[in-house]
Design a binder for this molecule. Structure first.
Ligand SMILES: [Zn+2]
Length: 440
């Protein structure tokens, strides 16, 4: 049993010193900096929208601008009560159905096609090559691809007229076989929005739409693994609004294939080897010990996390399954319900990053699937740079209370799924069952 008090120290004057047990990051919250309650009212700076248009055209992810992004890989369509995926649609078919979510390549990849080709001698799979040929054999498809390649070249400061056609077709490999994809929600603003602040965030989806959003993202992850055998991890995240790094205020997640696990996972795996129960001990149990639990259901638990530069909510899946794609439908739904409720509590106005963490497929040490939601409300400054002690404006208690207050309102408004909130939570020791994998 660890001594939790070394990670979370409440000083006489109200200062709270926190050390994140996984990263070692030291964070202080100083008294008198408490933030205001979160509310979902229309802010004063909001501008009235022009009358509703037939198709949204506010950014390149909007319905009217499908051809401004590379060819769609897949879309999810709702037919009756069922959701159906449709893959590799040609331009003419894009208008035939209304997608709930779309999976498209990112125009500028973080890890490029060139990276995989040059470093790994990556070859496009037969299936992908066929999809590319099919798309290009369609006149509209060909023009679409060429336009997007030209647009990309121009943005890179090159003259498209000076690049020959075969080179351009080579560049287009990135659109069909690349490993940086986006899951884009259909709407930019909520239905019937009157003000320009009424953006459609994760929390504005219904709980069941949000589950489909996660499910469709996991489908994209599997597709990336299938198409590139050198991928060791698919990093998944969501940047909501510009302060969180989003280029458009249009809801989307990003999937980035990488040939390593990344520093955070690598470090956690080293700790995990020494203590297989670390996610219970230093995650859920520690949170329960300090009363930081925000919400819980049979399949997930959320708490205000300690030792982060930004106010952070941590949500863990309780499943014995560790890979997102192995969760049973009701386990995924339960996990999604809690994530959705956190976003709904934050409202569409608070900028936030959502980061996924799960066991890399080539690891024998296992971690439970968990998601961090980081509120991008503060900017680390000079003090932080010099001391590596970060000042977080909101204490974990402050964050917990603000979220719980909102969750209780949302429950009354019937906008979130059923769950225990705050004091109603069991918060029993060792709620995460990942270490019992295979025993069920
Ligand atoms: Zn948009």
């Amino acid at each position: 049993m660890s001594n939790y008090n070394q990670y979370f120290i409440k000083m006489q004057d109200g200062t709270i010193k926190q050390i994140n047990p996984f990263t070692g990051t030291e964070v202080w919250t100083v008294p008198g900096r408490a933030s205001k309650p979160i509310n979902n009212a229309i802010p004063e700076h909001a501008k009235k929208m022009e009358k509703t248009r037939k198709k949204e055209d506010f950014c390149n992810f909007c319905e009217a601008k499908y051809l401004n992004t590379p060819p769609e890989k897949e879309r999810l369509v709702k037919i009756g009560k069922k959701y159906l995926p449709l893959a590799n649609l040609k331009p003419l078919m894009l208008e035939a159905t209304k997608p709930v979510f779309r999976r498209i390549p990112n125009l500028f990849e973080i890890v490029t096609m060139e990276y995989w080709k040059k470093n790994f001698d990556f070859k496009i799979t037969e299936e992908t090559a066929k999809a590319k040929d099919d798309y290009l054999s369609d006149k509209r498809g060909y023009d679409h691809v060429m336009n997007v390649v030209n647009m990309k070249l121009t943005l890179l400061g090159q003259d498209p007229a000076k690049v020959d056609e075969s080179k351009k077709l080579d560049y287009a490999d990135a659109f069909f076989a690349g490993g940086h994809e986006l899951i884009v929600a259909h709407r930019h603003f909520v239905k019937g929005a009157e003000f320009d602040t009424q953006l459609c965030s994760s929390g504005e989806l219904s709980p069941s739409e949000h589950k489909e959003y996660l499910k469709f993202t996991i489908r994209g992850m599997l597709n990336i693994y299938k198409n590139n055998k050198y991928v060791r991890y698919v990093s998944i995240f969501q940047n909501w609004l510009k302060p969180a790094g989003a280029s458009f205020d249009h809801l989307h997640k990003q999937l980035v294939a990488i040939d390593e696990w990344g520093v955070s996972i690598e470090r956690e795996m080293a700790l995990l080897r020494r203590n297989p129960n670390i996610y219970n001990e230093m995650g859920a149990n520690l949170a329960a010990y300090f009363n930081l639990v925000i919400a819980e259901n049979d399949h997930a638990i959320a708490f205000a996390d300690i030792g982060h530069r930004y106010p952070t909510i941590c949500v863990f899946s309780k499943s014995t399954e560790i890979y997102p794609y192995d969760l049973k439908e009701k386990e995924l739904a339960g996990f999604s319900d809690i994530i959705h409720a956190m976003h709904a509590a934050l409202t569409s106005q608070i900028s936030a990053n959502e980061e996924w963490y799960y066991t890399p497929k080539d690891s024998i040490d296992i971690m439970p699937w968990h998601i961090l939601i980081k509120l991008r409300v503060n900017t680390p400054a000079g003090f932080e740079g010099g001391t590596k002690i970060y000042i977080n404006p909101s204490s974990p208690y402050d964050l917990r209370d603000r979220i719980i207050t909102r969750l209780l309102e949302l429950r009354k408004e019937k906008k979130i799924a059923k769950m225990s909130i705050g004091g109603e939570c069991d918060a029993k020791p060792n709620p995460l069952r990942y270490y019992r994998r295979g025993t069920r």
